[in-house]
Design a protein around this ligand. Structure first.
Ligand SMILES: [Fe+2]
Ligand SMILES: [Fe+2]
Length: 406
């Protein structure tokens, strides 16, 4: 078995490839990857030939962004609460946001839930970048459809690029306040004490305090301070309601989506569309329906390369997702309903209206129906906040986050 895509490790702000694509995955390599915290990799096999999972941004830009963010984060981690991120550093991060926007426009890609798979400690840096990319895609689509509303209640369509850049900067730094929370609290398995929760809930506010006065626009600030607020008033730190700024709403959606998606990095058996469905289930409670509708059209539930089971029992790989019909992709059929392999052929789900995708599979042979294992300790620090905010109510029966925190 050969590796389909590189595997990265990330420590002290450096993102290093652990293995190159095409590397042979032997038992020894597999054990080494597990020791490095990598529990899932993409493999190249004959069935997936020609299917290239789409990336919203290039590997080069991801590297550059993670390096830049990494140096910002490590200066805070060493200097602590007394430090301020200087204006020049904010400007450099602004350059990253502009590059992300440029690439999103060029590629015209829908966001793919398949991000690079990597070791544990890459979580915060990659999470910040993912939230930026996903949030900008939602915002871009939303502004294109609905424009924005100014202080007098007028719908406007000017200055969109500037608004996107300011939002993107807030998204990149939305969790910067977490760097002040001791690691033993963030990575503590199980429930947090009231005092510990209090500390975690401080991070949107303390994040803003870490940025040099005057370096950050209010359109960036609202994304940082409001990313755990919910329109039903059940968020924090202020419990704001439906007057919540759209930038905060977008930050919250992108944050939930990436926090749950990234659990797949730790547990390959989690279904790919779990995070997507979770966001859908929060429409009208945590997030406004019109924004969730935008999300539905900007983020693909079944990314290219993912193995799926169809409602008629056939199995195959998602081979192409189009922006117009994001949840009805083209599928390369590899197995018949009885589980026997067939000469691969492709179908358009758009044309076969009575066939739907029932589930995603870790393994096309399909022996992976067991429930996913519980999260490993430290698997995702976001789970505490999510459970705290109560935003997963109603989705708890199939929700890994609530279960892990209980
Ligand atoms: Fe957060
Ligand atoms: Fe976050």
């Amino acid at each position: 078995m050969r590796l389909g895509r590189p595997v990265y490790s990330c420590s002290s702000g450096m993102r290093l490839p652990l293995l190159q694509p095409d590397a042979l995955v032997t038992d020894q390599v597999r054990r080494g990857l597990e020791r490095a915290g990598v529990f899932a990799v993409y493999v190249e096999d004959g069935l997936s030939e020609g299917i290239v999972p789409t990336e919203a941004i290039s590997a080069e830009l991801r590297d550059r962004a993670v390096r830049e963010l990494g140096s910002t984060f490590s200066s805070i981690a060493t200097a602590g609460r007394s430090t301020r991120i200087p204006g020049e550093q904010i400007d450099r991060l602004g350059g990253i946001v502009q590059a992300v926007l440029r690439e999103l426009r060029q590629s015209g890609q829908v966001v793919s839930a398949l991000m690079d798979l990597q070791a544990f400690d890459a979580h915060t840096l990659d999470h910040s970048l993912n939230v930026c990319v996903i949030g900008l895609m939602i915002a871009d689509e939303s502004l294109r459809r609905h424009g924005w509303v100014d202080g007098r209640g007028n719908v406007r369509r000017d200055g969109i690029e500037d608004r996107l850049e300011k939002l993107g900067l807030g998204l990149l730094l939305h969790d910067v306040g977490k760097l002040l929370i001791p690691a033993e609290i963030l990575q503590k398995p199980g429930r947090l004490t009231d005092d510990e929760m209090e500390l975690v809930r401080e991070h949107p506010r303390s994040g803003l305090d870490l940025i040099e006065e005057g370096a950050f626009s209010s359109l960036s600030k609202v994304a940082v301070i409001g990313h755990h607020e919910r329109i039903d008033g059940r968020g924090y730190p202020f419990g704001r309601g439906d007057d919540l700024h759209p930038h905060a709403q977008i930050a919250g959606m992108a944050d939930v989506y990436d926090a749950v998606s990234s659990m797949r990095v730790y547990q390959a058996r989690r279904p790919t569309h779990e995070a997507w469905e979770l966001v859908m289930s929060l429409a009208g409670t945590a997030f406004p329906i019109d924004l969730v509708t935008v999300f539905k059209h900007a983020v693909a539930p079944y990314p290219e390369g993912v193995a799926v089971r169809l409602s008629d029992g056939r199995r195959g790989l998602v081979s192409r997702v189009s922006r117009e019909h994001i949840s009805r992709p083209r599928v390369r059929i590899t197995h018949d309903p009885g589980g026997g392999s067939v000469t691969p052929y492709e179908i358009e789900l758009l044309a076969e209206r009575d066939v739907t995708i029932l589930d995603t599979l870790q393994d096309l042979e399909g022996f992976d129906d067991a429930a996913p294992p519980p999260l490993p300790p430290g698997g995702s620090d976001e789970r505490h906040e999510q459970a705290l905010a109560g935003m997963l109510d109603g989705a708890a029966d199939r929700d890994p986050v609530g279960a892990a925190a209980s």
